[in-house]
Design a protein around this ligand. Structure first.
Ligand SMILES: Nc1ncnc2c1ncn2[C@@H]1O[C@H](COP(=O)(O)OP(=O)(O)OP(=O)(O)O)[C@@H](O)[C@H]1O
Ligand SMILES: [Mg+2]
Length: 288
């Protein structure tokens, strides 16, 4: 049985409008298209990573998935709702929550639990419903013990978790994280990438994670590789990482464990192609 995708990007092309300073005349200035004929289907419950280097169009694509941007050509359907339909955009943004690079832009209140409650309060939920949802969301992201603190006392990683809790409280079907880990230290980055994997596994959430880091893509079920506004390739992490030279040519940085595996294979060791996380790689090497 085939079901229609949660997010259906059909032949989407998008060019950012030129902001002409006043009095600059009518020069025929135009940006290059940021998206060029993108087709991408994301099924409910999937965990997808959008991978690509600077300027490849990842953020532009992500913003099309919750109607922050709408296509010039083609269309985007979210659970069958066309993102161009202004009467549906509010629902679309509730279905598909978005997390950005800087959590602070998403934090509003002066106490952690009030911050998570804010989106529910403005939508008029009852006090008991708000309490229950706030507790569930804070527990899901692992910061329930910090609920009484002011957000500025939290670490960067904890503030990003708080931003995620605020989105989770609205019970979205999908979370899109656009380089949400890029302001964090490597350890917190890895922790947050694991949190997305956990939310996917335990809550059945659809996760779309945008990154230029291969090490954050290892938990995904599917990686979508972007370059110059196009989808270049799609596949499991094992399939995509099978050709590291090509990823290097796309200006992506290859993490040491993946380079090591590739070199061991060249030297004749037989290592399972689906071993991509550090844990899986360590196990393969130990058993080789
Ligand atoms: N607001 C904007 N106005 C004009 N051009 C833009 C704007 N935002 C992005 N672009 C251009 O669109 C293209 C795609 O950018 P986008 O931000 O989607 O890429 P990205 O893969 O998210 O890059 P990054 O790794 O830097 O976040 C780039 O050429 C970029 O310069
Ligand atoms: Mg971006």
């Amino acid at each position: 049985m085939s079901t229609s995708p949660l997010i259906d990007v059909q032949q989407v092309t998008y060019t950012y409008p030129v902001q002409r300073p006043k009095g600059s005349g009518e020069q025929a200035l135009q940006h290059e298209p940021a998206l060029q004929g993108i087709n991408l289907q994301i099924q409910a419950g999937e965990y997808v990573v959008i991978l690509g280097h600077n300027g490849s169009g990842k953020s532009t694509l992500a913003r099309h998935c919750n109607a922050l941007l709408v296509p010039d050509h083609g269309r985007v359907l979210v659970a069958g709702m066309d993102t161009r339909d202004t009467s549906k955009q509010r629902t679309i943004r509730e279905w598909v929550g978005m997390i950005f690079q800087h959590p602070d832009n998403q934090l509003i209140a002066t106490v952690v639990e009030d911050d998570v409650a804010w989106g529910l309060t403005v939508r008029g939920y009852s006090a008991s419903e708000i309490r229950a949802r706030v507790s569930t969301a804070l527990e899901a992201v692992g910061i329930a013990h910090l609920r009484q603190l002011p957000p500025h006392q939290l670490s960067g990683g904890q503030r990003q978790r708080l931003a995620i809790a605020g989105i989770l409280a609205l019970q979205p079907h999908c979370i899109i994280a656009d380089e949400a880990t890029s302001m964090l230290d490597p350890f917190s980055r890895q922790e947050l990438a694991r949190l997305f994997a956990t939310l996917h596994r335990d809550l059945g959430l659809t996760i779309v994670q945008v990154t230029h880091l291969l090490e954050e893509a290892v938990y995904a079920q599917r990686i979508v590789v972007m370059e110059q506004g196009r989808v270049l390739d799609e596949g499991t992490p094992g399939q995509i990482f099978a050709d590291l030279e090509r990823l290097r040519a796309l200006k992506l940085i290859i993490p040491d464990p993946l380079s090591l595996v590739a070199r061991l294979r060249q030297a004749g060791f037989c290592l399972a192609p689906e071993a991509v996380t550090n844990e899986e790689i360590a196990r393969e090497i130990a058993n080789a």
